[in-house]
Write a protein that binds this ligand. Sequence first.
Ligand SMILES: [Zn+2]
Length: 257
Amino acid sequence: MIFETHAHYDDEAFDPDREELLSSMKEAGIGTIVNACASVDGMKDTIALMEKYPFIYGAVGVHPDDADKMTEDTIKEIRSLSRHKKTVAIGEIGLDYYWHKEKEEHLLQQQMFRAQMEIAREEKLPFMIHSREAAEDTLTIVREYMRSGMYGGIIHCFSYGKEMAREYLNMGLYLGIGGVITFKNARKLKEVVAYAPLSQLVLETDSPYLSPEPNRGKRNSSLNLPYVAKAIAEIKGITCEEVIQETEKNAKLLLRI
Ligand SMILES: [Zn+2]
């Protein structure tokens, strides 16, 4: 069954039909979903989804976009939610310099990223990283933590080139591959997928964002993952089934499900 490692079903885009959509997953071959927290206020929604649906697990954490909304209490809350029996990762955390250009914002994001990496280390949980236009700083921080007893993690929606991929793969980390792989102009990502061993790739959508072809531009959901699996299978010259089985195995191993 397909393992979806990163979606946001707490997003308001799913308000009209969340229940119906999530109830249709099993039948469509989607076996497991990890809902990733993004905002400070969204954490309770991820917990509610984990508690309602047996096949939904959670990553708890706050996205760099919300770094300025985080307080001491937020960090405490993340630590306490990380001990929930269905929490499988700390995420999505990281750096985003695309939407935030000021030096001060970068420093604050780094501080919150580190604080959440500390929780991952102390609670022995994998991390789930968002990194956009922040390649060097992300690598520096991840390297530093990987040297000191981190469990491992996923670089979600991997958007850098082969050289950067090599750095993360050499540390034993996983790359999250989603809808972008189906885009015609995704030359760089296609090179990365050709280069990376299948044993270090996992499937993800980032729903409701980044719908693959042929549904590009529409609301995304895990039901679109077969298009992602097919694109990876074509690049690697293997079957879709192999991609689905291997990436499921990888995700279950890392996230201990
Ligand atoms: Zn996301």
